[in-house]
Write a new protein. Structure first.
Length: 208
């Protein structure tokens, strides 16, 4: 008489668990995925103090989705994703529209967007020379030399001895059709440092 009600409660709990699991599965299987990835910014990360296994959520992140309508969402992630995310960083993700109208995110396709992260950190006034250098290289790769030069001034104030990177910047000036500026970039380094490679690079710039 005592065991029977307990078994009934356990049956109800098991039935609810199976029903919810089946509903989540059907919501994902018959949903329509978006054809393009969405971009989001990590606003806050909360790590769970208790871990019950690799399948248990390791933490919760707060995301600000970017698009036609910006919105903030919370998401539970596993330990693998949690270790790759930082507050202020940008991520790309695929949001699926579930069959029952409940959207869900494909965690395996969620990736940190380091290029966008660096750009935003620099826009917010990040002074770390490695971050600025990365941003300059991105601008040079995109053939945006004027933007690269704006960032370069702050970089060389912190790294005045990096003449190897100055040579890369001078090469960008040549590709931009301004060899005179390339010579101007290299002149301070040639006057301060003794390097055969530096002298050869400077001499080559003067031939344009």
């Amino acid at each position: 008489m005592v065991i029977k009600p307990i078994l009934n409660i356990a049956d109800v709990i098991a039935l609810v668990f199976i029903t919810c699991g089946l509903a989540i599965y059907l919501n994902g299987v018959f949903g329509e995925p978006l054809t393009q990835p969405q971009y989001a910014e990590v606003i806050h990360i909360t790590e769970e103090p208790t871990r019950l296994g690799p399948w248990w959520p390791a933490g919760r992140i707060k995301l600000a989705l970017r698009g036609s309508e910006s919105s903030e969402r919370y998401m539970f992630v596993d330990d693998v994703r949690l270790q790759t995310l930082l507050p202020g960083g940008a991520v790309t993700l695929f949001v699926h529209q579930g069959a029952f109208g409940v959207p869900w995110v494909e965690l395996k396709a969620m990736r940190p967007d380091y290029s966008t992260t660096v750009t935003r950190l620099v826009e917010r006034g990040m002074k770390d020379p490695l971050v600025i250098k990365w941003a300059i290289q991105k601008e040079l790769g995109g053939k945006r030399f004027k933007q690269a030069m704006k960032l370069a001034q702050g970089y060389f104030e912190q790294e005045p001895e990096d003449f190897y990177f100055a040579m890369s910047l001078a090469g960008g000036a040549v590709r931009d059709g301004n060899p005179a500026l390339a010579v101007q970039i290299m002149e301070p380094f040639v006057s301060r440092y003794h390097s055969y490679k530096l002298y050869c690079s400077f001499a080559h710039l003067q031939t344009f």
